[in-house]
Design a protein around this ligand. Structure first.
Ligand code: NDP
Ligand code: GDR
Length: 361
């Protein structure tokens, strides 16, 4: 039985990947960090009681900023594959916490690679690094492929750039099987609530059921290549099953703006929106003249990545990649999931349980 170790197992991709690897018959180990509340909602459905004789899904406490915890876990697990998904993954937050982001997202990669080396596992353990289309930043060509030069535009992207190159360096210097997946934005109903797609699907669904009045966003003109996380994690696994380690772009090759994402969600929720103004004065009103979507400059980034569009040609040829989920299907799945939970929250409120997660924002 193969053993996989996933950092960031409590995140969106970690949850999908853990489920995928368990279905493939792996023994799956996940690293989670200590928090004051349970933080396992995305993986509760695959949780196994550690008192059972042979659990296949095992959680360990650790942190990307803490070498000793990483070395201990890698030593204990002796993994065949490590998927390094843990990161402070929010671009805007990285402007507020640049040093922490550099530590976790940049040096964290080095700590794991060194753990493999210190334990003499270079020939056994294959390594996947969650690299990102944010590396392209101020884009140098359209679409972006594995050969497009990088120009990072945030502390997050600069930290990820260190992670990218240290993976390449350890592959070349020590012959390690280590790869970068340069993944473009991928979303799902499990997406964190402050990333723009989920913020929109959740916000509009809550407006639809009367739990919230208005949704504030930032740059509506930003263009992204959005795919479904479920499709993308399969490629993370495939990258570690090849003869030689290589880096791959995973993207859909289709681009939409944030505004288009809002419009598609509103259509699905049958919210009729009339758009007015432009820039920070842009807004969308309902038929009674109430502002439903507004722009708040606080959500603009000090330096923005305006446009991203991936060329997944290499992954198509060598990994057999075709994105299974279209933009429309992705939006629909996210809207349906958020509508369902908004309806549940509205019902809970109706019955007087106001304390239950009905924070307005
Ligand atoms: P999430 O933000 O949903 O998950 C990040 C995970 O990392 C969480 O489990 C989080 O734990 C954990 N984490 C954060 N900091 C630390 C730390 N210091 N030590 C240990 N664990 C930590 O991200 P996604 O699942 O969306 O993304 C997975 C990876 O892929 C990230 O590295 C991201 O940067 C990268 N990426 C994502 C893309 C996307 O579109 N989703 C595209 C390209 C790259 P906790 O739950 O406690 O916060
Ligand atoms: P991104 O994702 O920065 O691409 O990073 P995010 O969804 O945060 O932003 C996408 C674009 O939407 C614009 N935007 C807003 N963004 C947020 N979060 N909130 C808003 O209110 C808002 N309004 C407009 C942003 O300015 C941006 O242009 C994600 C993360 O998952 C990274 O970890 C990953 O590496 C990249 O995708 C690929």
């Amino acid at each position: 039985m193969k053993k996989a170790l996933i950092t960031g197992v409590t995140g969106q991709d970690g949850a999908y990947l853990a489920e995928f690897l368990l279905a493939k018959g792996y023994e799956v180990h996940g690293i989670k960090r200590r928090s004051s509340l349970f933080n396992t909602a995305r993986i509760d459905h695959i949780y196994e009681d550690p008192h059972q004789p042979h659990p296949h899904f095992i959680l360990h406490y650790g942190d990307m900023t803490d070498s000793t915890s990483l070395i201990h876990i890698v030593q204990k697990v002796q993994p065949d594959e490590i998927y390094n998904l843990a990161a402070q993954s929010h671009v805007q937050v990285s402007f507020e916490q640049p040093e922490y982001t550099a530590n976790a997202d940049g040096l964290g990669v080095l700590r794991l690679l060194e753990a493999i080396r210190i334990l003499g596992l270079e020939k056994k353990t294959r390594f996947y690094q969650a690299s990102t289309s944010e590396l392209y930043g101020l884009v140098q060509e359209i679409p972006q492929s594995e050969n497009t030069p990088f120009y990072p535009r945030s502390p997050y992207a600069v930290a990820k750039m260190y992670g990218y190159w240290i993976v390449v360096n350890y592959r070349e210097a020590y012959g390690m099987y280590a790869c970068n997946g340069i993944l473009f934005n991928h979303e799902s109903p499990l997406r964190g609530e402050t990333f723009v797609t989920r913020k929109i699907t959740r916000g509009l669904a809550r407006i639809k059921v009367g739990l919230q009045k208005e949704l504030f966003l930032g740059n509506l003109d930003a263009l992204r290549d959005w795919g479904h996380a479920r499709d993308y994690i399969e490629m993370q696994w495939l990258m570690l099953q090849q003869e030689k380690p290589q880096d791959y772009v995973i993207a859909t090759g289709v681009q939409h703006s944030v505004r288009e994402f809002v419009k598609r969600c509103a259509e699905l929720l049958e919210l009729e929106l009339a758009w007015q103004g432009s820039g920070v004065d842009e807004k969308a009103l309902d038929k009674d003249g109430n502002v439903i979507v507004g722009v708040d400059p606080r959500y603009f980034r000090p330096s923005e990545v305006e446009t991203l569009l991936g060329d997944p040609g290499k992954a198509c040829r060598e990994l057999g990649w075709t994105p299974k989920t279209s933009f429309d299907e992705l939006v629909r799945e996210m809207v349906e999931a958020d509508l369902k939970s908004a309806e549940r929250d509205a019902l809970v409120r109706l019955h007087g349980f106001d304390a239950y997660n009905v924070r307005e924002n």
